[in-house]
Design a protein around this ligand. Structure first.
Ligand code: CO
Ligand code: CO
Length: 344
């Protein structure tokens, strides 16, 4: 039996994430946990929680589950795992153990397909130097898969999204466009080349980028996933109490992606992101709708977004290149302000 994994995804990848507005509505009024060892909780919209065990060690805790972004089960497994592991890297941690979280139509999808998916994920976990110790499955109408991940970090070396200083430069380590490409692919409207490029990017662990980030030292970090570049940048600006200027012509984008947006092949998640950011960002009048949508594109397993003093930028970029992170670039800077975005 020939199964097309993407037919089992209503919204591919992180484009299926509940949008920021929905999430705030759900969480509103729910009291935050306060505990002396809970170093990072849910209040600041950070990538993962951090819980201190002792003076030297803290756990990084995260879970991420998504619908397929690829038809090949092994590749999708790798992508889902890289995406889940990324939240640990974004906090400055190293993953140590993971659990699989899986939902699928048990009567329709062959066991072999699911096994290949898990094999892809387990291989990524192995590459990350971590282990898998089991997981949880449930019957579902679509395929959903991801990992709950536990990582380790030194309590004093946790990197959050809240430390951006006025004058900091912002660097993005992977080009944008994976959401638009996955949607184009689902509708068979996209060429092989950008798809292969997107797969390569989504399967790449943010491990090297995170190691360079720790080596050079940054003020703040997050990874760019379902809320898109502007959504995650806005969360960073809010958490840090600065305004952030995005220089859109410097933002790295996968080839052909602006054309997909212009042709209207836009994931719902990306449209939601764009609607959410309207009253939070000032767009330069010269930017057309397609360019704005690309900046809001819901990413799956996107790159790290780093904020650092401008004097360190060259060192960071050259170290990234040396370690094989080739698609990174400066995309903007921070100024004094109250958490707004300016897109030029
Ligand atoms: Co994240
Ligand atoms: Co996440």
């Amino acid at each position: 039996m020939n199964i097309r994994l993407l037919d089992y995804a209503r919204a591919a990848g992180c484009a299926g994430k509940a949008c920021q507005a929905d999430l705030f509505a759900v969480l509103k009024g729910l009291p935050d946990f306060v505990h002396p060892d809970l170093l990072v909780g849910s209040s600041g919209c950070d990538d993962a929680g951090v819980y201190r065990i002792d003076k030297e060690r803290a756990l990084v805790l995260t879970v991420d589950v998504m619908a397929p972004v690829a038809d090949d089960p092994y590749i999708f497994g790798q992508i889902a795992a890289a995406n889940s592991l990324s939240d640990v890297y974004a906090m400055g941690g190293e993953p140590i153990a993971a659990l699989g979280v899986l939902g699928f139509p048990v009567d329709e999808v062959p066991a072999d397909t699911i096994r290949q998916m898990l094999a892809g994920a387990w291989d990524k976990v192995r590459e990350a130097g971590a282990v898998t110790s089991g997981g949880h499955t449930m019957k579902d109408m679509e395929i959903k898969f991801g990992l709950a991940v536990v990582g380790m970090v030194h309590p004093e070396r946790v990197v959050t999204n809240a430390g951006v200083q006025p004058g900091d430069v912002l660097v993005l380590t992977k080009p944008l466009g994976t959401g638009l490409i996955a949607t184009g692919l689902k509708q068979s409207q996209v060429k092989r080349e950008p798809v292969d490029k997107a797969y390569r990017l989504m399967r790449t662990l943010n491990r090297e980028a995170a190691r360079v980030m720790l080596e050079i030292g940054v003020d703040a970090a997050t990874d760019v996933t379902g809320f898109g570049l502007l959504g995650h940048t806005w969360e960073m600006a809010q958490a840090s109490g600065v305004d952030i200027v995005i220089e859109s012509d410097r933002v790295p984008v996968i080839e052909g992606v602006v054309e997909l947006a212009a042709a209207g092949l836009v994931p719902l998640g990306t449209k939601n992101n764009y609607a959410f950011i309207q009253d939070k960002a000032d767009f330069a009048s010269g930017l057309n709708e397609a360019q704005r949508l690309v900046l809001c594109d819901a990413q799956t397993s996107g790159g790290l977004l780093l904020a650092l003093p401008s004097a360190k930028t060259d060192a960071l970029l050259s170290r990234l290149r040396q370690t094989g992170v080739t698609g990174a670039g400066v995309i903007g800077y921070a100024v004094r302000g109250q958490g707004r975005l300016r897109v030029e």
